[in-house]
Design a protein around this ligand. Structure first.
Ligand code: SIN
Length: 196
């Protein structure tokens, strides 16, 4: 089982020399929380992966004792995942590796842009062998889990709701994310009705 802190593993991966820009594909918080410098950003799609809230969060949206649930990519032949690509300088990866250290490894991927242009790039993926991984659950159970979790970066529900909102703005269809959002909204409404 891989340690929950992936910084060392990521640092071992060779990056292009400084000066060569790299495309980074973001599909979760990297879509809506852009706290790193970039040279250009463009919506992009990757094939054979799908976005799933199957990764545990011990740092940003939960704690080791009560992990939150955040997005990762699950390898699924025939599927695709739409997100946002950022052209960044290699030096940005120190900061990104720190931010994504809770189980995410940099993986090489092919990015497809709207104009049919294709580029190679990197994306952070938390696979089933990292110790913070939680795995599948029903969308209703994921919503319940998210509703009760929070971590150093804030409420877990904020992660889900901001992602859903950004996907809508980008006109990206993601039934998994929108189903969790629906359950979460129902839970919150029920809760506020009960407490009034
Ligand atoms: C990503 O957004 O691409 C990686 C997962 C995350 O930081 O939420």
């Amino acid at each position: 089982m891989m340690s929950a802190d992936t910084r060392q593993l990521n640092a071992m991966q060779k990056l292009p020399e400084t000066g060569d820009d790299i495309w980074l594909f973001g599909y979760g918080s990297l879509i809506y929380k852009v706290d790193f410098p970039y040279l250009e950003r463009r919506p992009a799609k990757i094939f054979n992966w799908q976005r799933r809230f199957w990764q545990g969060s011990h740092d940003h949206r939960g704690t080791p004792e009560a992990p939150g649930r955040v997005a990762t990519l699950i390898e699924t032949p025939g599927a695709s995942c739409e997100g946002m690509a950022y052209r960044v300088s290699p030096s940005v990866f120190t900061q990104l590796d720190y931010r994504e250290k809770n189980g995410y490894l940099r993986v090489n991927t092919e990015l497809h842009f709207a104009d049919n242009q294709v580029s190679t790039g990197l994306t952070y993926i938390a696979t089933a062998d990292n110790s913070a991984y939680l795995g599948p659950a029903s969308e209703q159970d994921i919503a319940k889990h998210i509703a009760r979790s929070k971590g150093a970066s804030g409420e877990n529900s904020e992660y889900l709701l901001q992602l859903a909102q950004s996907l809508r703005q980008l006109k990206i269809e993601d039934p998994h994310v929108f189903a969790i959002e629906n359950w979460l909204t129902k839970l919150t409404t029920q809760h506020s009705t009960l407490s009034t």
